[in-house]
Design a protein around this ligand. Structure first.
Ligand code: C5P
Length: 247
C-alpha cells in the first residue's frame, strides 16, 4: 500500500460544508477521511454518502458500545452506508464484537461493502487513575493487551492504538493482517502545540513501529495550507520508514 493510502484525515469540524471543502482539497493526498461523533451528530449519514460520492473512503469513528443486538444493527447500518472502517469498544465484550463482525459479513455476502471492524481498547485519554475510578485496577498497558487479544479472538479486523502501544500489540497479535490504526501523530517539524494529545509520535516512527494507518487531524486541517501539510506528512511516511523514534 502506498503511503498516501495509509493516511486518514480526521474531519473534526462543525459543519458538513467545512468537511466537504476539506475533502475536495485533500482527496488526492489522503486515502481516507474520518467522520467522528461531532460531525456525524450534526450532519447525519448524508455526510458519509457525500464523501464517498467524491471518490473517497470513510472511517466512521462512532465507537459503538451497547447490547449486542444494538451494535449488530449499528454495524449493519455502517456497512450499508459503505464505510471502509468503523469502530466499536472492545470493552463491550466478545459477543458484542462478534455480532458486529457477523453483520458486516452479511452485508458483504449481499454484495455490499465489506467494512473492516476496529476495536477501541483503552481510550488514550484514560490513565491509571481514571481507570481505577471505574474499577479497572490492572495497569493500562495490561488492559490494552487483554482487550486487543479479546478483539482478535472475536474476529475483529484490527484496533485503534496510540503510537506507544503499537509494538506490544504487534507482539500480542502476530497476525500481520491485523490492522493497527494510530492517532497521536505530530510531524517531525511540528511547530504547533501537541493540543490535547498526550502520547505522540512522528509519522515515520508510527509507520516504523508497525501502524497500518495514521489518523491525523489538526496538524493538517488547522494548517494555513492543509494540502501542503498533508503532502509533508505523506513524504515523512515515505522517506523515513526506519529512522523515526516514538517520543
Ligand atoms: O490531534 P488530532 O487532531 O490529530 O486528532 C486526530 C484524532 O485523534 C481525533 O479525531 C481523535 O479521534 C484522536 N485523538 C485521540 N486522543 C486525543 C485527541 C485526539 O485519540 N487525546
Amino acid at each position: 500500500m502506498v503511503a498516501k493510502d495509509k493516511l486518514i484525515i480526521a474531519l473534526d469540524v462543525e459543519t458538513p460544508a467545512k468537511a466537504l471543502d476539506l475533502v475536495k482539497q485533500l482527496h488526492h493526498v489522503a486515502g481516507m477521511f474520518k467522520v467522528g461523533s461531532q460531525l456525524f451528530t450534526s450532519a447525519g449519514p448524508q455526510i458519509v454518502r457525500d464523501i464517498i460520492a467524491l471518490d473517497s473512503k470513510v472511517f466512521l469513528d462512532l465507537k459503538f458500545h451497547d447490547i449486542p443486538h444494538q451494535v449488530a444493527g449499528a454495524a449493519r447500518s455502517a456497512a450499508e452506508l459503505g464505510v471502509s472502517l468503523f469502530t466499536i469498544h472492545a470493552s463491550g465484550g466478545s459477543e458484542m464484537m462478534r455480532r458486529a463482525v457477523d453483520s458486516v459479513a452479511a452485508v458483504g455476502e449481499k454484495g455490499g461493502t465489506r467494512s473492516a471492524v476496529l476495536a477501541i481498547s483503552v481510550l488514550t485519554s484514560m490513565d491509571a487513575t481514571t481507570l481505577t475510578q471505574i474499577g479497572v485496577t490492572a495497569p493500562p498497558s495490561e488492559s490494552v493487551n487483554r482487550l486487543v487479544k479479546l478483539a482478535e479472538a472475536s474476529g475483529v479486523d484490527g484496533v485503534v492504538a496510540s503510537p506507544q502501544e503499537i509494538e506490544s500489540i504487534r507482539q500480542a497479535v502476530p497476525n500481520p493482517k491485523f490492522l493497527v490504526v494510530t492517532p497521536g501523530i505530530r510531524p517531525a517539524n511540528n511547530e504547533t502545540t501537541r493540543e490535547d494529545q498526550k502520547r505522540v509520535a512522528t509519522p515515520a516512527a508510527a509507520i516504523a513501529a508497525g501502524a497500518s494507518y495514521l489518523v491525523v487531524g489538526r496538524p493538517i486541517t488547522g494548517a494555513p495550507d492543509p494540502v501542503a501539510a498533508a503532502h509533508a506528512i505523506v513524504a515523512e511516511m515515505e522517506t523515513s520508514q526506519t529512522n523515526g523514534t516514538v517520543q
